[in-house]
Design a protein around this ligand. Sequence first.
Ligand code: SF4
Ligand code: SF4
Length: 466
Amino acid sequence: MSVDSAIQRGLHVMAKPIGPICNLDCHYCYYLHKEELYPGGERWRMPDETLAAYIRQFIDAQPPTAEEITFAWQGGEPTLLGLEFFRHVVKIQQEFRPAGTRIVNTLQTNGILLDDAWCEFFAAEKFLVGLSIDGPAELHNEFRVDRKRQGPFSAVMSALKKLKQHRVEFNILTVVHRGNGDHGERVYTYLRDNGVEFLQFIPLVEKRGVGRHGEPRGVSRGDGDRQWDDRVSSRSVRPAQFGRFLTSVFDEWIKRDVGRVFVQIFDEALAAWSGLEPSLCVFRKRCGRALAMEHNGDLYSCDHFVEPAYRLGNIHELPIVQLANLPQQQDFGNAKETTLPQYCRACSVRFACNGECPKNRFIETPDGESGLNYLCAGYKLFFQHIDPVMKQMAEEVRRGRPAANVMQQLRQARRTNQPAGNVASSLPSAAASSPGQRTPSRQSPGRNDPCPCGSGRKAKKCCYAR
Ligand code: SF4
Ligand code: SF4
């Protein structure tokens, strides 16, 4: 089918070749209940003709100048499909691969099934594997369980060991929830000391009634970080708790890990402080170029909106590139910017945050406007905290020097004039390195000072409540 030349190419699709089927039953999984979308004894396996159509269409949906095309496989648990399925994937990709183009595969797994055969395959085919680990045993097993309610920690650590043994490229995805949310430094150092070099932290935000397992009802609204408890599940990370998690990881990271351990949100922040648009959809002004595809070829606006209202169509009816350019999808992506509350528009860290993901925008601003992100207080806390260091890093990069230089500068600053306390705030200002950006405050507030999140309450009654 010919494609209109005005159509925009270049998009990302998270493919679900086994739908929501998984060998774990994690309390917080937002995808398991998608079984309800396809009732009636659905066969949860992408048929060969859908797989071939998807691979061909996805390659066709990339710009002709693309040197690398990345396929993302997720679930459910994609390894339940077996190794042969992915051998077949690689074979079809090679058939359709345009000359001079490199195909990359990423696969997100809970690690339960990873053995030597899987890891040899990943290494040989250069898969980038995402492994889910939420921290040391008791933190990992808190909400991640199998159907017998057993924690899978030992299996995931064995998977980590095998990935390292076989030199598979991998990163760790950590869900930050209420159970591990007060242990940022511990989670980070645990993973780092186990040889992890690439990390992503994903905040758990479940609007009430969305999770699979029941959670207590009738939580009254309190002050500060508990203010929105009645809107979310009891597992969800609290806003400032998430901010504190990230700041504690950041403070540990800048002591000795810059340039050798890579934390996705820190990379995104450095891009923002360098005047670039972040690459992750949640921090960009607009979104809508990261779609999700179910096992039967149904294409949805986003992995977080796999719902009937956001079904764009099926790839057997219309090619992916056309579905992704439908007006409804363009509206979906533009809405991220057009629905931003005034409070965000005036925010000093908007350039880095951009109101984060619309799925989390369900609270009100201090002046009562709806559509503020539930995590706002946490993001403000975090982005304001890292501001001085980020300015310095961006300046190093601008001068063609490694961002890691900042560690030495911090050590010097601490030796000369800063006895203790907040590591990030011990760095002298990198003045005028970010023209046009308002400078957020650099110090944690006193307990009786106004909270930096802008709520109008005292810090001790708000984000710094203990
Ligand atoms: S809705 Fe959220 S996760 Fe989905 S594309 Fe937009 S920003 Fe990304
Ligand atoms: S920190 Fe809060 S106010 Fe600022 S852009 Fe993000 S969500 Fe909006």
